[in-house]
Design a protein around this ligand. Structure first.
Ligand code: COA
Length: 260
């Protein structure tokens, strides 16, 4: 795998753990880190040995404390647009990965950090995690998809409140809002993420990827999600894994899915 300056990658049992590794800056996403995440996600798309992904922040304090404010301070109207579009593109790659991606939110998930977590398919947070979109404190708004995904995840009223006040919320509050799937102790965070992914990895990979596609279709104005679902359902029925899954049920044994 390509060497990275700002990421640590570890592949074990098909699960790639991507650690954002700028602990001295609370893992703030500078442009180089966004570039490296793009390269890493492209590897996820391309490498059949990678079957699932966990994002986590280095250290014990932060998942990601936002885009790098030192770089943001230098933006002008021209490069700010491409700055936002580049981040949006990378986060869409994460969201559209047909391999499951979990954010292990191990501390501050602010601004671009909250946006990164929201681009993942699920979020598991340790009880010290804090979520927020504090961009208004800088005279900004979220630029990496936050206005869209936060609204999709928690609804308009709560989303605009968080984005207009810049308030930080706890992991438990985030769970109550539906922003987080599970809250754990700090110690249990990674085991919980691996437990969820190991369960998913026992299922048919094609079906898992198509669940992701169909759920993403809900939020795509160009797409008829019901049609996508019917097409995907039909696609499953042509797969070897479908034959294996139904036969295994009828033969009262565990299925062995091969991913074809
Ligand atoms: N961009 C660049 N650097 C950041 C950063 C960011 N988003 N967030 C934290 N850092 C840096 C700090 O500048 C500091 O660096 P230094 O030691 O070289 O001075 C280091 O990380 C530690 O942060 P610090 O502020 O000292 O920690 P804290 O515990 O007092 O506060 C936060 C933690 C998260 C509340 C605070 O760092 C913060 O508000 N960060 C910005 C959050 C934000 O607005 N994100 C959205 C950006 S669009």
């Amino acid at each position: 795998m390509a060497p990275f300056d700002n990421l640590l990658l570890q592949l074990e049992n098909g699960i790639l753990t991507i650690t954002i590794n700028r602990a001295d800056k609370l893992n703030a996403l500078n442009i180089e880190t966004i570039r490296e995440i793009k390269t890493a996600i492209q590897q996820v798309y391309d490498d059949p040995a990678i079957r699932a992904v966990v994002f986590v922040g280095a250290g014990t304090k932060a998942f990601v404390a936002g885009a790098d404010i030192a770089e943001i301070a230098e933006l002008s109207d021209v490069n700010a647009r491409s700055f936002a579009e580049r981040g949006q593109e990378v986060f869409s790659m994460i969201e559209n990965s047909t391999k499951p991606v979990i954010a292990a939110v191990n501390g501050f998930a602010l601004g671009g950090g909250c946006e990164l977590a929201m681009a993942c398919h699920m979020r598991v947070a340790s009880n010290n995690a804090k979520f927020g979109q504090p961009e208004v404190n800088l005279g900004l708004i979220p630029g990496y998809g936050g206005t869209q995904r936060l609204t999709q995840l928690i609804g308009k009223g709560k989303a605009v409140e968080l984005m207009m006040t810049g308030d930080m919320i706890s992991a438990d509050e985030a769970k109550d809002l539906g922003l987080v799937n599970h809250v754990t102790t700090q110690e249990d965070l990674m085991p919980k993420c691996y437990e969820i992914l190991n369960k998913i990895l026992t299922k048919a990979p094609l079906a898992i990827g198509l669940v992701i596609d169909c759920v993403n279709a809900v939020f795509d104005k160009e797409e008829d999600g019901y049609q996508t679902e019917a097409n995907s359902f039909a696609r499953c029925c042509t797969s070897q894994d479908f034959i294996e899954g139904t036969n295994a049920f009828l033969e009262k044994r565990k299925p062995e899915f091969k991913g074809n």
